[in-house]
Design a protein around this ligand. Structure first.
Ligand code: CDP
Length: 205
C-alpha cells in the first residue's frame, strides 16, 4: 500500500507525511531530499547544475542512499550523512534546475520504485508519475505568503525574500507539480499541521 502526498514548495509535505506515516506505523519517503542531495553534491564539486552528464557521473561514482524512517528521512553518501546540509538557501536556489533534468529524475524514480512497500511517498510527482497506481493520493496547497511565513521559521532570510524564492521555484517546478486527477487537493492555509494530518487520516479510514 502506498499513500502519495504531493504539493507545492513549503506546503508542509514533509511534516504532514511524517505525521501520517507515524499514525499508520509505516515509513515515509521524501523524494525532494534526493533532488537536494544531487544539487548539494553538484555545488560542492563546482559542476554546472544544468549539465546532466557531469552530475550523473558524480552520482554513479559516489552513490547516494535515502533512508526512509517514519520520524524523518536521512540521506547518506557512503559514511557521510548529508541530511543536515540539504536545506540551505544555496540548495533551495539550485534544486529546481537539477530537478528539471530528465536523467536526474530517472535516477530518483528508480531509487523510489525499488523501496519495499508500504510507505507514504512525498514530493511533486509521486501520484502522477512515480506511483500512478497508488490507491490514496493527496495534494497540498497554500498561498505563497502563508508558505513563506512558515518557512521563515527555518531559514535566515525574511518573509518577502523567501516568498520571492518560493514563487520562482513554483514556476520552475510547474511541469512536474500538477495534482493527479484522482488526488484530494487540500488547502492547508486555514489548517494547522494536525488539522492536515487528521484530514488525510479521516479520508484513509
Ligand atoms: O518543500 P520544498 O519544496 O522546499 O522541498 P522538497 O520537497 O525537498 O523539494 C525540493 C525541490 O526538489 C523542488 O523544488 C523540486 O524542484 C524538486 N522535486 C521534484 O522535482 N520532484 C519531486 N518529486 C520532489 C522534489
Amino acid at each position: 500500500m502506498i499513500v502519495t502526498i504531493d504539493g507545492v514548495a513549503a506546503s508542509g509535505k514533509s511534516s504532514v507525511s511524517s505525521g501520517v506515516a507515524q499514525a499508520l506505523g509505516v515509513p515515509y519517503v521524501s523524494s525532494g531530499l534526493l533532488y537536494r542531495a544531487a544539487t548539494l553534491l553538484g555545488l560542492e564539486a563546482d559542476l554546472d547544475l544544468r549539465g546532466a552528464p557531469g552530475l550523473l557521473k558524480l552520482l554513479g561514482t559516489h552513490p547516494v542512499r535515502l533512508e526512509p524512517l517514519a520520524g524523518g528521512n536521512r540521506v547518506w553518501q557512503g559514511e557521510r550523512d548529508l541530511t543536515d546540509d540539504l536545506h540551505s538557501t544555496r540548495v533551495d536556489r539550485g534544486v529546481s534546475v537539477v530537478a528539471a533534468l530528465p536523467e536526474v529524475r530517472e535516477w530518483v524514480d528508480a531509487q523510489l520504485r525499488a523501496l519495499p512497500e508500504p510507505f507514504v511517498a512525498e514530493g511533486r510527482d509521486m501520484g502522477t508519475n512515480v506511483f500512478p497506481h497508488a490507491p490514496h493520493k493527496f495534494y497540498l496547497t497554500a498561498s505563497a505568503r502563508i508558505r513563506a511565513e512558515r518557512r521563515a521559521r527555518e531559514r535566515p532570510e525574511d518573509v518577502p525574500a523567501i516568498e520571492a524564492d518560493l514563487q520562482r521555484r513554483d514556476e520552475l517546478d510547474t511541469v512536474q507539480s500538477a495534482p493527479a486527477p484522482d488526488a484530494l487537493v487540500i488547502d492547508t492555509g486555514p489548517l494547522d499541521l494536525q488539522g492536515v494530518i487528521d484530514t488525510i487520516l479521516t479520508r484513509l479510514r
